[in-house]
Design a protein around this ligand. Structure first.
Ligand code: SF4
Length: 369
């Protein structure tokens, strides 16, 4: 479907950096990140949460390392995780060195914040020795004092200047495995800052609307901010920040990428909003199918439509489709074609079977190809 010209997104060319085995930038698929909210010093709780994120399809997980107990636990966490781990460090360069030694794939670290050139050099050496990349994370809420004095308030220009200053600290040490974020909780500010940064450098960009809010508000805000940038071709990895279960951040991240046809993971459900014409309870069926199909990683498309007004048209574009019909008999579409009828009672189990079969077939084709 992406060959249709109006669906095409021209991505900003960027360098490629590695976060462990995951490539970021340089045309690599846009990765989805999240962050644990357990105590990193409690490796069991942290590993358990990382498992749930892995099951949701996360590509990269960040953990905070505020103290030596956290970096001490990091080794076990890195070993247990199947995805690369980013260590989030603020101020203490020693924590960054410990995290690199413990096997973190990337350090989220702002070199301008640690005081001396010598300390930056030590962190860069540890990163080089242990194959870590780094993420510079500029945040509108914690801009350097001299930039706030210069610009008077957090603004896109100040955020870009801050990012370029941090970049220079690393480039001066001949370090280029860098990705950058310029986050703000204000969508206008964040989008303008990312646009400015996208022009000012060719490093890959980590997108996020920080402190976006609770599940609903934060999802909408992130979809607007991250979605707008991705649509313009800006962005190489994303993290949706929600005051909610981190698994929701991963789910929302993939939904944003799916909506823009940038990456597909899991079942994409097309469903109608329902009205008096519906032949079955669409809302109930969709809610149940979302739960029952959450384990599917393959990009199967599914249409669940209440009646013939839009059902056949949507079914033509999806792998599996249901259109509500009269007298409790609903049409099942396979590969866009009307195939057979089913009653409401057996519908959910039947759709799950059809989608699982399609996913298995896709996985097999992928393996063989
Ligand atoms: Fe109503 Fe049919 Fe449209 Fe669904 S597809 S909203 S049931 S008219």
């Amino acid at each position: 479907m992406s060959v249709r010209p109006y669906r095409h997104i021209e991505r900003r060319p960027s360098r490629q950096v590695m976060v462990g085995p995951v490539a970021v930038g340089g045309g690599a698929p846009i990765s989805v990140q999240s962050m644990t909210n357990t105590l990193t010093s409690d490796p069991k709780a942290t590993i358990d949460q990382i498992r749930t994120l892995e099951e949701a399809g996360v590509d990269i997980v960040r953990v905070s390392c505020p103290d030596v107990e956290s970096t001490a636990a990091l080794k076990a966490i890195v070993r247990a995780a199947t995805v690369p781990i980013v260590a989030d460090i603020h101020f203490h360069h020693q924590r960054a060195i410990e995290a690199a030694q413990a096997g973190a794939a990337c350090l989220r670290f702002n070199p301008g914040n640690i005081g001396s050139k010598e300390r930056v050099r030590e962190v860069v050496k540890a990163a080089k020795d242990h194959g870590c990349s780094m993420r510079i994370g500029v945040n509108a809420g914690s801009l350097d004092k001299h930039l706030l004095e210069k610009y008077g308030e957090p603004c896109p220009e100040a955020m870009v200047e801050s990012a370029l200053e941090h970049i220079k600290h690393l480039e001066d040490e001949d370090f280029h495995q860098i990705k950058i974020s310029v986050k703000a909780s204000d969508v206008f500010l964040a989008v303008a800052a990312y646009r400015g940064l996208a022009k000012a450098c060719d490093y890959p960009l980590h997108l996020g609307i920080t402190e976006a809010g609770g599940f609903l508000g934060g999802t909408v805000k992130s979809a607007i901010g991250i979605g707008q940038l991705l649509w313009e071709g800006i962005g190489d990895t994303i993290r949706v920040s929600l005051s909610a279960d981190p698994v929701e951040e991963v789910r929302v991240g993939f939904e944003i990428l799916k909506s823009l046809d940038l990456r597909h993971r899991g079942v994409r459900i097309v469903a109608c909003p329902t009205c008096a014409r519906q032949g079955f309870d669409v809302i109930k069926v969709v809610a149940e199918l979302e739960k029952r199909l959450a384990h599917i990683a393959q990009p199967v498309s599914l249409s669940i439509i209440g009646c013939v007004v839009n059902g056949p048209g949507e079914a033509r574009e999806t792998d599996v489709g249901i259109t509500g019909g009269g007298q409790g008999a609903h049409m099942v579409y396979v590969a866009g074609q009307a195939d057979h009828k089913i009653d409401e009672e057996r519908m959910i189990a039947h759709v799950v079977e059809l989608v699982e079969a399609k996913a298995a077939q896709m996985a097999k084709t992928k393996k063989e190809g």
